[in-house]
Design a protein around this ligand. Structure first.
Ligand code: NAD
Length: 347
């Protein structure tokens, strides 16, 4: 099991160091690490945010654990040299088309949610978002209307293969959880969504054990805050998923708690916390490493076929929180290292 570690910028190296120590504490045979430079760190050392040497490491690896990129020193560089291009380049280069974001509230953190604690406590879902298609990748441009008005346009399109492969990830994810899949679309007005719904229904024939439902995206946005406990797995397109996954994750508490995965067709994946490089707290030992530690658990579950090890990490995080471990973003005083140690002490 070869893991590429890409710490990146800002708090990235601090949180990746804790996740690596947690993975090492599991004492798994045949787990190997290879580190590479990405983002501003790579630009400063090698003149590019995603150098070939880093791509080579990514290609050799079974999975990638990514910290964060983003460096205020690089904000004035040409766009293709900016640190953020590293993550976009890795997704594109390795065809990571499925983004999985679990949103689960640890009961001890109910007060950190934007929702009332009794509603927030119900949240335990995964949002599966398509990453490579939709309105973000269709034909786009600026033109003039017949009457001379400026008009911007972006074409929304999905072909059936693109829908089928993400639908399969949705069904498989539901199968590994409570067996419920909700497909979110806007089939009442969009042709793209009608095709989406038809293909999801066709794909369901291969998953008779999964309970499939459909919901319009406007209703889904409302239900996520009204009754989030009804969702197990949501599968949706790039645009709707972009919005709903941010909404769901903030309902579930601090940005320092939330992991994510981006997968290719073979379940090779890139795992990262949803937060950025947090330059405002970088180098101060204030970053919460739990999102990255939980990303490492996802990596063990989805790419490295080690579900028991993933359970051990998630259980250790829950116990550390239950025993009162809190970094500043959770209202406590523990340093990044001390939070990592609290998890390792349970392991
Ligand atoms: P951010 O997520 O870095 O920070 C937002 C706020 O949350 C800050 O106040 C920060 O201190 C806090 N925060 C973030 N992670 C935390 C953690 N683990 N523990 C405690 N507090 C935490 O978002 P931003 O400030 O908008 O962006 C900073 C840089 O990160 C930018 O350059 C941006 O482009 C980049 N970025 C990168 C990624 C990525 O690498 N995938 C994602 C988002 C933003």
């Amino acid at each position: 099991m070869r893991v590429a570690l890409f710490p990146g910028d800002g708090i990235g190296p601090e949180v990746i160091a804790e996740a690596r120590l947690v993975l090492e504490a599991l004492d798994l045979p045949s787990l190997e690490f290879e580190e590479g430079l990405v983002g501003g760190a790579a630009y400063k050392a090698m003149g590019h945010p995603l150098p070939q040497a880093t791509l080579d490491i990514a290609e050799r690896a079974d999975a990638i654990l990514f910290g964060a990129v983003g460096d205020p020193d690089c904000d004035r560089l040409e766009r293709h040299l900016r640190p953020e291009q590293a993550i976009l380049g890795l997704r594109r280069h390795l065809s990571f088309f499925a983004n999985l974001r679990p949103a689960k509230l640890f009961p001890e953190l109910a007060d950190a949610s934007a929702l009332r604690p009794e509603v927030a406590r119900q949240i335990d879902m995964v949002i599966v978002r398509e990453l490579n298609g939709d309105v973000y990748f269709g034909e786009k441009g600026m033109r003039k209307t017949a009457s001379g008005l400026r008009e911007g346009y972006d074409v929304m399109a999905y072909n059936e293969d693109e829908v089928r492969r993400i639908a399969r990830i949705g069904f498989e994810t539901a199968r590994a959880r409570a067996g419920k899949l909700c497909s979110v679309d806007k089939a009442n007005v969009l042709e793209t969504s009608q095709l989406w719904r038809d293909v999801v229904i066709e794909t369901a024939a291969d998953y008779p054990d999964i309970e499939l439902s459909h919901m319009y995206v406007d209703n889904a946005a409302m239900q996520l805050v009204r009754n989030p406990g009804q969702f197990d797995v949501i599968v949706t397109g790039n645009l709707f998923g972009d919005i709903l996954s941010d909404q769901a994750s903030m309902c579930a508490g601090s940005i320092g708690m939330l992991p994510s995965a981006s997968l290719d067709v073979n379940q090779k994946g890139l795992y990262e916390p949803i937060h950025g490089s947090a330059p405002d707290i970088a180098g101060q030992g204030k970053a919460n490493p739990l999102a990255t530690i939980l990303s490492a658990a996802m990596m063990l579950r989805y790419s490295l076929n080690q579900p028991e090890a993933a359970d051990r990490i998630e259980g250790a995080v829950a116990k550390a929180l239950a025993s009162g471990a809190r970094s500043p973003d959770l209202g406590g005083t523990l340093s990044t290292r001390a939070m990592g140690e609290a998890v390792r002490a349970v392991l």
